[in-house]
Design a protein around this ligand. Structure first.
Ligand code: B16
Ligand code: MG
Length: 215
């Protein structure tokens, strides 16, 4: 029995906001004299804002109070939100629009499952506010990926059983979350070499829709 719903991660699958996350965290790290590079940034994929900060602070030489941490996360989000103003529909990643059109044609329902609290503004900026049947994001959950919560909320919003859902992710944490939710997992982009994924492709333009739906 094939899948009846497809749940898409946002950052790194629908749109490359990952570079903006990097630039914003880099500004915070430089300001605090904390070493931060693109390799460390890869560990922040799919992880919540506060957990991302904790990973960044592993290289810090001093301890920060909870108030200071909150201020840093708020500052990072301000920088990130400014960068998001640059987004347009041209930033939608290759293959996304064609895949969504084909899923609609086949009667397969779709949802977003993202850790980001900025999901509504991102969808608005890229003109995809109404492109999905449901949206589950960082505002709906207590635990971020690799916890399965966001995908279970997405399935619930769609009224679909987890075993009928296939998740598309660019983060190892997201692939783990999908598997823990009892769903099938497709790895693209950074997760296109993830051994835990049920199917992988370099990007959605190169993904086989028939294969993804028959997992
Ligand atoms: P925000 P996704 C995730 O989005 C990002 O990959 C991750 O880097 C970020 O820390 C997280 O959203 C929270 O984002 O600060 O906007 O709430 O990949 O789950 O779509
Ligand atoms: Mg992602």
């Amino acid at each position: 029995m094939g899948s009846k719903a497809m749940i898409f991660d946002l950052d790194g699958v629908i749109v490359s906001t990952d570079e903006y996350h990097y630039l914003a965290w880099k500004e915070i790290a430089d300001r605090e004299n904390i070493y931060f590079d693109r390799k460390i940034n890869e560990q922040l994929r799919g992880v919540s804002r506060m957990e991302s900060l904790e990973i960044l602070l592993r290289k810090a030489e001093k301890a920060y109070t909870d108030e200071e941490k909150l201020a840093m996360a708020t500052d990072k989000n301000g920088i990130y939100r400014d960068l998001l103003n640059r987004l347009t529909p041209a930033d939608i990643l290759p293959g996304v629009n064609d895949l969504l059109a084909e899923l609609k044609r086949r009667g397969i329902r779709t949802a977003i499952g993202s850790s980001s609290k900025n999901t509504p503004v991102i969808l608005e900026k890229i003109g995809m506010k109404d492109a999905f049947d449901a949206v589950a994001d960082g505002n709906d959950i207590k635990n971020s990926k690799p916890d399965p919560e966001v995908f279970l909320v997405a399935a619930k919003k769609l009224g679909e059983l987890p075993e009928n859902c296939v998740v598309v992710e660019d983060a190892y944490a997201g692939i783990e979350a999908a598997k823990r939710a009892g769903m099938k997992a497709v790895g693209v982009g950074f997760a296109s070499t993830c051994p835990q994924a049920d199917y992988t492709a370099e990007n959605l333009a190169k993904a086989d829709i028939g294969k993804m739906l028959s997992l």
